[in-house]
Design a protein around this ligand. Structure first.
Ligand code: CTP
Ligand code: MG
Length: 239
């Protein structure tokens, strides 16, 4: 069976400080959620999707599924308290027949279909694969309040993004153990790494940043506007 996609969109977006939940904040005339849905709509190897939502957003999400042209079975569910809880809840709703599950943040509107496809293919082969980019800046460790302690050598340091794809049995076991042991991680790859399993990286993109603050949203809006100005028709969430 094809891969299951989980789109985590249940966060409220406290740091963005917008009145609506972050996944429903407009970007270039469409809510953020639509970009993620439009991207997975173009991935041949995805066969179903589960979307975690803030309370009361089910009908708005159904509308976005239509607008995105996502012609797959899609389950909607309330999220949990933390992102990790939302992923675990969504994972329980994915088909047990799916070999691979790919997870993506609705807060990253510029992920390409190619990055989903690459993560899914690598996870099917190697067990787990995440989009990531090599660190470009110099990294400093700073002690409170503002004193540099050291420069952290940047060789081999990468920034983790989503999509993140895993063999389903591996991801289920990683979340089961994390729940039992009270482990909270900032991404799913970390939970799988704790099993001792290999996790590969596939090419992410600096454009695939996560919208966290109002400034991030302003940058994203400028990117969407610049695409709309191009003579070529914009390709939606792709490239
Ligand atoms: N998310 C989720 N369930 C939660 C928390 C987060 O599904 N309980 C999702 C968000 O909707 C987002 C992604 O996980 O797409 C990454 O989380 P983040 O960027 O932290 O979004 P928010 O939690 O909404 O933002 P903030 O932390 O500023 O409140
Ligand atoms: Mg958050």
């Amino acid at each position: 069976m094809k891969a299951s996609a989980i789109i985590v969109a249940a966060g409220s977006g406290v740091r963005l400080g917008y009145p609506t939940p972050k996944a429903f904040v407009p970007l270039g005339g469409a809510p953020l959620l639509r970009y993620a849905l439009a991207a997975i709509a173009q991935v041949e190897t995805i066969g179903e999707a589960v979307v975690t939502l803030p309370p009361g957003m089910e009908s708005a999400a159904r509308a976005e599924i239509r607008h995105a042209g996502l012609d797959l079975p899609v389950k909607l569910t309330p999220g949990g308290a933390e992102r990790q809880d939302s992923v675990r809840i969504a994972l329980e709703l994915t088909s047990a027949l799916a070999e691979v599950v790919v997870i993506h943040d609705a807060a990253r509107p510029f992920a390409t279909p190619a990055s989903f496809a690459a993560a899914i293919t690598a996870a099917a082969r190697a067990g787990a694969a995440i989009a990531a980019i090599p660190l470009a800046d110099t990294l400093k460790r700073v002690s409170e309040p503002n004193l540099i302690v050291e420069t952290v050598p940047r060789a081999n340091l990468w920034l983790a993004q989503t999509p993140q794809a895993f063999r389903r049995d591996l991801l289920v076991e990683a979340h089961r153990r994390a729940l039992a042991a009270g482990i909270v991680a900032t991404d799913d790859a970390d939970l799988v790494q704790r099993l001792g399993a290999a996790v590969e990286v596939v090419p992410g993109a600096s454009l695939n940043f996560k919208i966290t603050t109002a400034q991030d949203l302003a940058i994203a809006a400028a990117i969407v506007a610049a695409r709309a100005d191009r003579p070529e028709p914009p390709r939606g969430a792709d490239g």
